[in-house]
Design a protein around this ligand. Sequence first.
Ligand code: 5GP
Ligand code: ZN
Length: 112
Amino acid sequence: MDCIFCKIAAGEIPSTKVFENDKIVAFKDLNPQAPVHLLVIPREHIASADEVNADNALSIAEIFKNIPSIAADAGLTNGYRIITNIGEDGCQSVKHMHFHILGGTKLAERMC
Ligand code: 5GP
Ligand code: ZN
C-alpha cells in the first residue's frame, strides 16, 4: 500500500519523531499550524477514526495513553487541542488515521 504515514512509521520516509513504541509513533507535522504541532499515528494502517473497531481499538487506547506524556514533553503545560479529520467533509488529506496535537499558544475558539 502506498501510504505516506505507513512509510514514516517504518522509517522509510524521514520525519522528526518525538515518541515511538511498538504500536504508535508521534512526529512533528511538516507544515505546523501552531507553535507545537505533532501528529500521533498507529503503526497499523487504519484509514480514519471512522474505521475504528473492536479489532484495532487497542491502537487508539495506546495513542490516548501516551498523549499526556507526549504533550508534556513538548512543553504543553497550559492545555492543547487534539483533532482528527475524517474523510472529505472533514478535510482529511492523509488516509492513515492521525491525531493532531496543537498548542503552544492560545488557540482559536472556533473549530471550523
Ligand atoms: P490531515 O489534513 O489529513 O488531517 O492532516 C495531514 C497532516 O499531515 C497535515 O497537517 C500535513 O502537514 C501533514 N503531513 C503531510 N505529509 C507529511 C509528511 O510527509 N511528513 C510530516 N511530518 N507531515 C506530513
Ligand atoms: Zn498507512
